[in-house]
Design a protein around this ligand. Structure first.
Ligand code: ZN
Length: 331
């Protein structure tokens, strides 16, 4: 029997109406002896019905999700809701405040910290609260991501291929309802400790996005995020109204061959822009060594055909960085 979470919510999850409050996590430190981390949370509920758990800021330098979710929390009217919408727009709030992927307090990467620990670091305590208190309440879990400061993506909504095919189909139906320009059947480089995995292992419908990146947001990707989450809530029957469908191109990540990693440090030159078609063997990027002149660049070649779905964003690259991701076109 593990100990209770130290997090105290200031909202009542079973009360009708709109509540704007906090998940208060005690965090004693130099500038606040009996201080807390105050993670914003909004609960919008009307009667019985399904529960959607919506999160942004799982990584602190990704902005489409927080922009869409602070907006939704401010504007969603409970009279239009059947069930419960729980919104945590900045899940790793310390990281979000710092504008960094991981927490400045403990360097915790929220999406590698599940199932978390009630007696762990600040990041592990937040993960534990989601694992034991919030995920069990949810029927549908939607977690916004973008590329952050080091990656940039074509805008897509995604779900994972799962061994539970009925659950997988529900997730892909929600992805289709989101109606991003691209929809992805996603695999992970390393799924241990992910929020995604925690939700899926609990049998929850889990949907995510990658909507851009570079540590900023764009007008187009924020519009996609706002329309998409409204569509998903309508699709789930939690909010009234028709889904505003648009055209989407399905992409697949059939194997680890979709990922290309840098094997050298240097200056990266992208040879293909996001969304452009690539053929197997094509040069996706070149890495130029900068220590002296006269050195030929290293070429990074596509191991499969498709489109360029993601790329390393900063101009400098290190060995081991994910340089490019190719998504296969599904007709
Ligand atoms: Zn992320």
């Amino acid at each position: 029997m593990s100990r209770p979470s130290p997090i105290a919510p200031t909202v009542d999850f079973d009360k009708d109406g709109v509540q704007h409050g906090f998940l208060r996590l005690p965090y004693s430190r130099d500038d606040s002896a009996w201080g807390s981390v105050m993670i914003p949370i909004c609960v919008i509920r009307k009667g019985k019905g399904p529960t959607a758990l919506l999160t942004g800021g799982n990584h602190g330098d990704e902005y489409e999700g927080p922009l869409a979710l602070y907006d939704l929390a401010r504007t969603l009217d409970p009279k239009d809701v059947s069930g419960t919408v729980i919104i945590v727009p900045a899940m790793n709030y310390p990281a979000f405040r710092a504008g960094t992927r991981t927490s400045p307090i403990d360097k915790g990467n929220m999406n590698r910290s599940f199932p978390g620990r009630p007696d762990g670091t600040v990041t592990e305590k937040i993960a534990d609260y989601f694992q034991r208190e919030l995920l069990p309440r949810a029927d549908l879990v939607f977690d916004f991501h973008s590329g952050g400061r080091t990656l940039d993506f074509v805008p897509f909504c995604a779900a994972h291929t799962l061994s539970d095919k009925a659950l997988e189909q529900k997730a892909f139906d929600a992805v289709a309802a989101f109606s991003a320009p691209f929809s992805m059947r996603m695999i992970e480089i390393d799924s241990v400790g992910m929020y995604d995995t925690a939700a899926e292992e609990m049998g929850k419908v889990f949907v995510s996005t990658e909507l851009g990146g570079g540590g900023t947001s764009r007008a187009q990707t924020v519009r996609i995020a706002r329309r998409g989450i409204s569509n998903v809530l309508r699709h789930a029957g939690i909010v009234e109204g028709a889904v505003e469908t648009g055209t989407t191109q399905w992409l697949d990540m059939p194997s680890g061959d979709c990922f290309s990693f840098a094997e050298d440090d240097g200056m990266i030159e992208t040879m293909v822009d996001l969304g452009e078609p690539v053929k197997e063997g094509a040069v996706l990027a070149r890495i130029h060594s900068t220590g002296r002149t006269g050195i030929a660049p290293q070429e990074i070649r596509a191991k499969m055909s498709g489109i360029l779905a993601a790329r390393h964003f900063p101009g400098l690259v290190k060995a081991g960085d994910c340089a490019a991701v190719v998504g296969a076109l599904v007709s």
